[in-house]
Ligand binder design. Structure first.
Ligand SMILES: Cc1ncc(COP(=O)(O)O)c(C=O)c1O
Length: 493
């Protein structure tokens, strides 16, 4: 981040990088008793040493990194520095993940009943944002890449069609990068959205590393979007739940952004999470080229090693996704497609977990391990050898075609807006009776957390069958009132 480096009270800092990290260190050293929350007061060791670990880094913002009345302004200083980094007029640090920052942005975009154009391959938090804000989505559906079967980003022509259908829409909301690493041409989409008088808002939860290395895509604001959200804890170096939202004003209103953020933000933010956002941005600004360059090389090598060890395996890379401003695929995303081998990713995951190695995503057809700038040669070598070993140990059947997982193939039939369905009367029905009814529930295999069944959409029998089979196969079917989908809540008739 470029910006003056000062402590929480405005004094220049030596040996630390930003005001929140400096204030955190100072708070950890403080020995005088504090008469503020949190209740554990950093003294849990006096009561039960077993709990020291979980609470070791906990420092509040109020009365920890800053005075209870925030007299030092450490957070504001740090957020201003982050805004400068992103070329934004507004930036806030969130402690509730991109879930919270997505909700915040939705509350800033329009009024209940206004339309927004939204990529349907959205995370549940954006869907919840539509419920909260009352915005009504005009969906853009994902299509599949012919060669790899991966779900593609949104094309300018698809956006133009949506704009023609909903010329009064207030904004366009996209998810980029997609969970499996594919990208949309953001600068072209920004031109289309702006040409129609709409703001472009990007859920860049999986792009915390974007813009920190010339070989990576630039972040969405640099490409012309009006706002972005990112999970600093995903591909950055933030504490779990660390997130940020930033925006340019003009098409978006500063007061609405502030109100949306404050309405969704805890009044007791964890200073440790906030300091980690600053620390992550500072470190990636200072050493991103070195660390991300290494991570990209490691991913590149892993792809080659997997192709050599498992002939026929699908390991997509940037060369397969050319784009006008650079490849439309995240060079850091490792996706391993087992379908052509006839191997079962669920069994591979179980086998790897048995040996203590966890993957971010695994379904029958593919694995998506997360490799970040915290990995090194040893960790990635182990990943490759564990995958190869587990595929060998779990066996193969006949090959299957490459196609996107169900989450990206949903073509919803919409009966009610998300908000209408959320507040409508509900009844519980056996799954055999649910097809054709309007879902009152949001049901999403997690990850990726993209709703397959969503409030207000007509339940398709085929989706229920696939979800039930996935549940039986060990997938986590999140948010369903019955995770085995023996019954479903539908809107009362
Ligand atoms: C695209 C997308 N947006 C938002 C989120 C929510 O992020 P968080 O877990 O930081 O709340 C996720 C989580 O996986 C996601 O994949």
């Amino acid at each position: 981040m470029d910006g003056q480096v000062v402590s929480g009270d405005g004094a220049p800092v030596e040996g630390v990088q930003g005001p929140l990290v400096a204030a955190f260190r100072e708070a950890q050293r403080r020995s005088a008793p504090q008469f503020t929350i949190p209740g554990h007061k950093g003294r849990i060791g006096e009561i039960d040493p077993e709990l020291v670990g979980p609470l070791a880094a906990d420092q509040p913002l109020h009365g920890g990194l800053d005075t209870p009345k925030l007299a030092r302004g450490a957070l504001q200083t740090s957020e201003r520095m982050a805004a400068r980094h992103f070329g934004a007029d507004w930036c806030r640090f969130g402690v509730g993940g991109s879930t919270q920052t997505n909700l915040a942005l939705c509350l800033a975009l329009g009024r209940p009943g206004d339309q927004v154009i939204v990529g349907r391959a959205l995370h549940r938090s954006l869907f919840s944002g539509l419920v909260l804000s009352g915005l009504e989505p005009v969906w853009i559906l994902a299509s599949a890449h012919r060669e790899t079967g991966l779900p593609l980003g949104i094309t300018p022509s698809a956006l133009r069609r949506a704009v023609a259908l909903a010329p009064e829409a207030r904004a366009v909301i996209l998810t980029d990068p997609g969970y499996l690493g594919t990208l949309s041409p953001i600068s072209e989409l920004a031109r289309v959205a702006h040409g129609a008088g709409m703001a472009l808002v990007v859920d860049q939860a999986w792009g915390a590393h974007f813009g920190f290395h010339p070989g990576l895509p630039r972040h969405a604001l640099a490409l012309g979007a009006d706002a972005l959200v990112t999970s600093v804890h995903k591909t950055g170096l933030g504490h779990t739940q660390a997130s940020l939202a930033c925006a340019r004003t003009g098409r978006l209103e500063l007061a609405r952004l502030e109100r949306g953020f404050d309405a969704t933000h805890t009044t007791s933010p964890a200073g440790s999470i906030l300091a980690s956002i600053e620390g992550s941005l500072e470190l990636m600004s200072a050493r991103g080229e070195e660390l991300l360059g290494r991570a990209m090389e490691l991913v590149h090598a892993a792809r080659r090693q997997l192709r050599e060890a498992l002939p026929g395996v699908g390991v997509p890379d940037e060369s397969q996704f050319p784009g006008r401003d650079g490849p439309l695929f995240d060079p850091l995303r490792l996706v391993v497609q087992l379908a052509p081998l006839g191997a079962d990713g669920r069994a591979v995951e179980v086998e790897m977990l048995r040996r203590g190695v966890a993957l971010e995503y695994a379904d029958r057809d593919l694995l998506a391990p997360v490799v970040t700038l915290a990995d090194d040669c040893g960790t990635v070598r182990r990943l490759v050898s564990e995958i190869v070993r587990a595929v060998g140990a779990t066996g193969r059947g006949s090959d299957r075609p490459l196609r996107p997982p169900l989450s990206w193939r949903v073509r919803p039939k919409v009966a009610l807006s998300p908000r209408e369905a959320f507040f409508a009367g509900h009844e519980r029905v056996a799954w055999q009776l649910a097809a054709g009814r309007v879902s009152a529930e949001l049901v999403a295999p997690y990850p990726p957390g993209i709703p397959v069944l969503a409030p207000g959409e007509v339940v398709a029998a085929h989706h229920l069958r696939v979800l039930r089979a996935a549940a039986r196969g060990g997938a986590r079917i999140a948010y369903a009132s019955d995770p085995s989908l023996g019954w479903l809540d539908v809107v009362s008739e």
